[in-house]
Design a protein around this ligand. Structure first.
Ligand code: NI
Length: 206
């Protein structure tokens, strides 16, 4: 059985959702409020088959992109901003530390290994939103925000294209899922991306 959030914890989750909505609604790089909302939905789905602290998972899922270096000109401000926000809700420092620990283990680029089931779930939930139809849309949105070209037949130029990102990251994610539920969902989304890229090359190499 998963540990359910208490009444006070539910109130914290609602206040966190409001804070995230306010902060991320206008974000244009594919890390907008609805991305975070989907990560929470994915995390809840995974929680149905995993034994974990539901409150910690949900709170970390809401906060996982706060202060991310991609959104702060390359500077990681997650610890600072998450602490600031959770302190404003008078949350215990032991909980704040757990949340910071989970969030620090989620990111693909930081290359850290999740050390708790809670971190494994949030990482899977975030990665599921990076693949499939949504993942494709987010990948091109992010590439656009960085002024990257879609693709290039030139072998040198191709390294910095959005299509290259499928090979550098997105196609690898299905084998990096931690939980069984995420592995199953990832399979389907992975196949869809393969079909998409095959069709993409069919169209550009007429
Ligand atoms: Ni994310």
């Amino acid at each position: 059985m998963t540990q359910q959030p208490s009444y006070i914890e539910k109130d914290i989750l609602i206040k966190t959702q409001e804070y995230i909505k306010k902060t991320f609604l206008q974000e244009g790089t594919g890390h907008d409020y609805y991305h975070i909302d989907r990560v929470v939905i994915n995390a809840k789905k995974i929680l149905e088959t995993e034994e974990a602290d539901e409150f910690l998972v949900e709170l970390a899922a809401w906060l996982h992109d706060v202060g991310d270096y991609k959104l702060h000109d390359g500077v990681d401000k997650s610890e600072e901003l998450i602490t600031q926000f959770l302190k404003s809700l008078a949350i215990d420092s032991s909980v704040i530390n757990r949340i910071i620990e989970i969030v620090s283990q989620v990111s693909f680029s930081k290359g850290k290994i999740p050390l708790s089931i809670e971190a494994e779930i949030v990482q899977d939930a975030d990665r599921l939103d990076a693949i499939g139809a949504i993942g494709i849309a987010r990948c091109f949105a992010y590439g656009g925000s960085k002024n990257r070209i879609l693709y290039s037949p030139d072998p040198v130029e191709k390294e910095n294209t959005t299509v290259q990102h499928f090979y550098d990251k997105l196609f690898k994610l299905k084998d990096l899922m931690n939980t069984e539920t995420a592995k199953k969902i990832a399979q389907d989304r992975h196949s869809f991306m393969e079909e998409y890229i095959a069709q993409f090359y069919n169209e550009v190499q007429l």
